[in-house]
Design a protein. Structure first.
Length: 264
């Protein structure tokens, strides 16, 4: 009986020690994984244990992952996902273990002119403003594709605001919003899988849109890639064009074919 109690007590101590050695878990987007190190798109790099488990496929660049650390800050498990995972853990709490750490840098796509920020903070709310939104899309965007704008104001509904094609590479919509409105926006083709990403395929941070108190306001952005684009073959589709209400003659300078000579 004493031996059994001693065995059970030893097992409890070992399990407690194993649990204590378990470190934090975070979700992140992968940038690179090789030679015993993993790097995230935030710029942080961590050492990976030689016996670390890689679950659900290879840890490829731009894929998402649920990463488990031990108590010393070494990665012991990487659970790979092709889709974005819910936020989990605090990556900043692991910075002391990082072997590579990028200092925070302002995102130029998110930066707003100081004058615009001051204007937004001093805007009197309640005036209706005409807002023109124009986006340039990648040449791989299909001729019949719909383009939308999603925002935090719409609960990130990926079909909240539909834009109209105006030429081969541009879409536009006109809205009327109250001055003082602040919203974060992204562009997509109707689903979370087709939302815009940066040129390197990394997630695009939402743009901040502030409605001033002028009569009309324009907001213009460029989409470099869609998240569901397959760029593995390096082939891009030829831009297409078609007559639209905004652009009834997309190619006005094309040479006209010769007219037939009337018979005598």
């Amino acid at each position: 009986m004493k031996r059994l109690c001693a065995f059970v007590l030893s097992a409890i101590v070992l399990l407690g020690a194993a649990g204590a050695a378990q470190g934090p878990v975070v979700t992140a987007q992968l940038l690179d994984y090789e030679k015993g190190f993993v790097f995230f798109t935030t710029g942080d790099g961590f050492r990976v244990a030689p016996d670390a488990a890689i679950v659900n496929g290879p840890a490829l660049a731009r894929r998402y992952a649920r990463v488990t650390f031990d108590a010393s800050g070494t990665v012991t498990k990487i659970e790979v996902s092709k889709t974005k995972l819910p936020a989990e853990g605090d990556l900043s709490a692991l910075h002391r273990y990082a072997i590579a750490l990028s200092p925070p840098q302002p995102n130029p796509d998110l930066a707003q002119p100081i004058g615009a920020l001051n204007r937004c903070s001093r805007t009197r709310a309640g005036r209706m403003v005409a807002l023109s939104i124009t986006v340039q899309v990648p040449p791989t965007t299909g001729l019949t594709e719909n383009v939308y704008m999603t925002s935090d104001q719409s609960g990130w509904n990926y079909q909240a605001y539909r834009l109209d094609r105006i030429d081969a590479l541009h879409y536009r919509t006109e809205l009327r919003l109250l001055s003082g409105t602040q919203m974060h926006v992204l562009f997509d083709r109707g689903s979370a899988q087709s939302v815009q990403v940066q040129e390197n395929g990394i997630d695009q941070e939402p743009y901040m849109l502030c409605i001033g108190d002028e009569d009309a306001q324009a907001f213009t952005r460029t989409v470099y890639r869609w998240a569901d684009e397959n760029s593995g073959n390096g082939i891009q589709a030829v831009p297409q064009a078609m007559p639209t209400p905004y652009n009834p003659a997309p190619f006005p300078n094309l040479p006209q074919p010769p007219r037939p000579t009337p018979l005598p």
